[in-house]
Design a protein around this ligand. Structure first.
Ligand SMILES: C[S@@+](CC[C@H](N)C(=O)[O-])C[C@H]1O[C@@H](n2cnc3c(N)ncnc32)[C@H](O)[C@@H]1O
Length: 294
């Protein structure tokens, strides 16, 4: 398999972690059973807790952002995730992923083919799923309004792109949308012992993460966002998790033995957000008490 094909397969890993956390009651989702295996495997409690945080982060941030009038969301590398249904909104919502993943998602969720490259949902006219490679020029395929307040999210996706592609993509987003907000959850700190192990373990499955390995640091993401005129927030996922509302409630769901291992994993994921306009208030509200907006 090529590197792109193995990166594509991680969509199934992500949904299997999400389904495990769902099964244990970490969050609610009425649609995920349609995209996951019938009997999802139970994951380690630390994976479930980390997944809960990922779900909460995107759900709360998106919900707050969508309060901005006429706002829209663009999801990069959406995989099989069912975030759109969890948000339960009517705003414009675009998802992009590689063609095979879009085809699978469309089939499982009953979307209709609109063209060779896009799918729509019969009952949600504002939703569109677009087949595209994020490393190509894909904005034209979206048919998206450049002037509306736009939130672009990446939930462990940029890490798999060539580092030049990630830098170029952030730059292009900054040029394309006049009112832009970004929220990225990505792997960070590649060059310590645990980072090396992450890279090695994934390489055993022929999965490569050039952006993570070459530029996967909070400061690099922040610099890119600042370069396109954003005010920014950056923090490792461990710090965010420990200050996130609701954490003590979900920690009652399962006993966790390997606390140090959990901390180590979470210190290798980062939350990076930025906005050049309407979303600045969202950053301030969501990350209040967790870190500075700079
Ligand atoms: C780890 S999965 C995450 C999926 C989803 N964001 C989630 O959290 O459930 C990474 C996703 O990025 C997509 N991806 C990787 N490289 C891509 C590329 N060059 N263009 C478009 N999508 C890509 C994969 O197909 C996969 O769906």
């Amino acid at each position: 398999m090529s590197f792109k094909e193995t990166a594509r397969e991680t969509a199934f890993d992500a949904i299997s972690s999400k389904s495990s956390a769902l099964k244990k009651g970490y969050f609610k989702d009425d649609m995920m059973h349609l995209v996951s295996k019938p009997h999802p495997q139970s994951k380690d409690p630390m994976i479930n807790r980390g997944t809960w945080f990922r779900i909460e982060l995107f759900q709360q941030f998106c919900t707050k952002f969508l309060e901005i009038p006429n706002s829209q969301i663009l999801v990069l590398g959406a995989g099989l995730d069912t975030l759109f249904y969890r948000l339960n909104v009517t705003n414009l919502f675009y998802e992009v992923d590689l063609p095979e993943i879009c085809q699978t998602k469309a089939h499982k969720l009953g979307f209709t083919k609109q063209s060779d490259e896009s799918y729509v949902m019969p009952n949600h006219p504002n939703y569109k799923l677009v087949s595209a490679d994020l490393e190509d020029d894909f904005f034209g395929k979206l048919g998206i309004d450049q002037a509306l307040p736009t939130l672009v999210i990446s939930d462990v996706v940029l890490s798999y792109l060539e580092s030049d592609s990630t830098v170029e993509l952030v730059e292009k987003l900054g040029n394309y949308f006049s009112d832009l907000t970004l929220l990225f959850f990505e792997m960070i700190n590649p060059h310590d012992a645990f980072g090396d192990t992450m890279i090695y373990n994934m390489s055993l499955r022929n999965v490569f993460m050039p952006t993570f390995a070459e530029i996967g640091y909070l400061e690099n993401y922040q610099r890119q966002m600042k370069n396109i005129g954003c005010q920014t927030f950056k923090q490792n996922a461990w710090t965010c998790y420990n200050k996130w509302p609701g954490r003590s409630e979900i920690e009652k769901l399962e006993w966790l033995d390997e606390y140090e291992q959990f901390q180590l994993i979470m210190e290798h994921y980062g939350v990076m957000a930025g906005s050049n306009k309407s979303g600045i208030n969202v950053l301030t509200t969501i990350f209040e008490g967790i870190g500075q907006i700079q």
